[in-house]
Write a protein that binds this ligand. Sequence first.
Ligand code: AKB
Length: 316
Amino acid sequence: MKKILITGALGQIGSELTTKLRDIYGADNVVATDIRKNEETQLAQSGPYEVLDVTDAKSMFDIAETYQVDTIMHLAALLSAIAETKPLFAWNLNMGGLVNALEVARELQCQFFTPSSIGAFGPTTPKNNTPQDTVQRPTTMYGVNKVAGELLCDYYYHKFGVDTRGLRFPGLISYVTPPGGGTTDYAVEIYYEAMKNVKYTSNIGKGTYMDMMYMPDALNAIIALMEADSSTLIHRNAFNITAMSVEPEDFAAEIKKHIPEFKLEYAIDAARQSIADSWPNSIDATAAKQEWGFKAEYDLTKMTEDMLAQLRPKFL
Ligand code: AKB
């Protein structure tokens, strides 16, 4: 049985991952942490919860040691668009938090997971069907953090034998906790606005393709990778995974099948658009499929049906 520490547990991935892991491994075996206090909400009531600033190495070690965890899932990080507005802060949080978490994993011999991103690629990366192993020269602070993070995780595996594993996530879409400060956030907002106002103004331009994935597939991928036999893994940090390559008009067309009056307009955010333009149109997930059996259940059609069905009661 695993005993897991999660950082950034109140974030978009963390909030749903914590609940799912508690269902699988038992509530007491999943210690949720976040910089925000959470006394009132469900995560603090359904299992152990600690306030943790991931740049505070000692507190992170103390919590991990107290609960005797054997797995760390380090999710706390600033996303791409917000990181571009405060790059030094992003470096300190994203890299400082990661190295602290890796050190705890080394000292307590924990298995380790942290997400990478399609943001780890840049304008000189092949744009279509981007290979697993290819050019990684991102032009954003977030991307620099993700590439450095992938290398650091590989380093801790080779140098210290820490069982580090990671996924290059595409934009993640969910109806539970909204993302904040990402370039792909529009792909979540479009569903909320479709339900609320029957129209949406996209800050990402028509024809801008990016990879996306529905949250249940992302959670299953994390669990499958962490459960995979270590000897089958060649890449570790970090695997390309994707469920769909889509642009704003694709979402609109799919939403119109359910809400025919839906209207999509554009007001491009130049900063976000330039990040999106530097990322791949579509990435190749063959290595993840071959090495640990990655599979996505949701395509755009199935995801849209579920998103709208789940959101509908919130707006009645
Ligand atoms: C972001 O847009 O910053 C994230 C990501 C793709 O890493 N959703």
